[in-house]
Design a protein around this ligand. Structure first.
Ligand code: NI
Length: 248
């Protein structure tokens, strides 16, 4: 089954979410990033059968974080369609001046994930070593979403029990290094995602992304690994079901 394990279905990005969700012949997991989008995630999972959600505070949103932000996540974490904590992590590309605060907010959420035994969706940009060092302290599972580091680091995360999230970037002509990583990582350790509305795969790069385009990611993985696309969809779909404990 086709599963988009990471997207952002928000009114902020889409005029007509009904159409976007209908276009997707499979399941999708929409990730919250802020108080507002976390509330939207809950609305969406109640409204659409094939939409699941994760709740979290993204590193770019930490200036608005309050105790209520964490309370909201904890209060809703046992909703059967809330399947993880995310999008959480560290982003030193956008900001380097608040690293301590980023780490603090990240760890607060890791503790919630640990307490409720939830999968996590990790955002790490220009921060791979710090993210790794923190995750190593916890006994968690999850996805390193939109993985963009080295094969060596991919293997380290896999050893810790994490999956490698592959999105539209892998279809870009200049992403030779990422394609090399995907080639060398066992397909059982990969999860497919779109990060919609961002990072639209080729040949639609530049247009707004949507979950249905996860098929193009599957197709590219199939080409790189020389595995039939139906097998890619089946294997990664089973991994997603298991990782997020999706009750279908
Ligand atoms: Ni994202």
């Amino acid at each position: 089954m086709l599963v988009d394990t990471h997207c952002h279905l928000s009114k902020e990005y889409y005029d007509n979410l009904d159409v976007v969700i209908e276009n997707m012949n499979g399941l999708m997991i929409t990730s919250g990033c802020s108080d507002e989008t976390n509330r939207e995630v809950l609305e969406l999972i109640n409204k659409y059968n094939n939409v699941y959600g994760t709740l979290g505070i993204h590193p770019e949103e930490i200036n608005n974080v309050t105790e209520e932000s964490f309370e909201f996540i904890e209060k809703n974490i046992n909703n059967p369609k809330i399947v993880g904590i995310g999008e959480i992590g560290l982003d030193y590309y956008r900001r380097k001046d608040n690293k301590d605060k980023q780490k603090e907010v990240f760890e607060r959420q890791l503790m919630i994930a640990q307490k409720y035994n939830k999968s996590i969706v990790v955002h790490s940009r220009n921060s791979v070593q710090d993210a790794y060092d923190i995750l190593k302290k916890y006994n968690l599972k999850g996805t390193i979403h939109c993985f963009s580091s080295s094969l060596e680091m991919a293997n380290e995360f896999i050893k810790l029990g994490y999956k490698i999230g592959v999105g539209g970037i892998v279809t870009f002509k200049n992403s030779i290094k990422l394609q090399e990583i995907i080639k060398n990582v066992n397909i059982e350790n990969l999860l497919l995602e779109t990060d919609s509305p961002f990072l639209t795969p080729e040949p639609f790069r530049g247009l707004k992304n949507e979950p249905a385009n996860v098929y193009l990611v599957a197709k590219k993985v199939s080409d790189i690994k020389n595995i039939n696309v139906d097998d890619v969809i089946r294997i990664t779909g089973n991994s997603a079901k298991e990782e997020f404990d999706l009750k279908i």
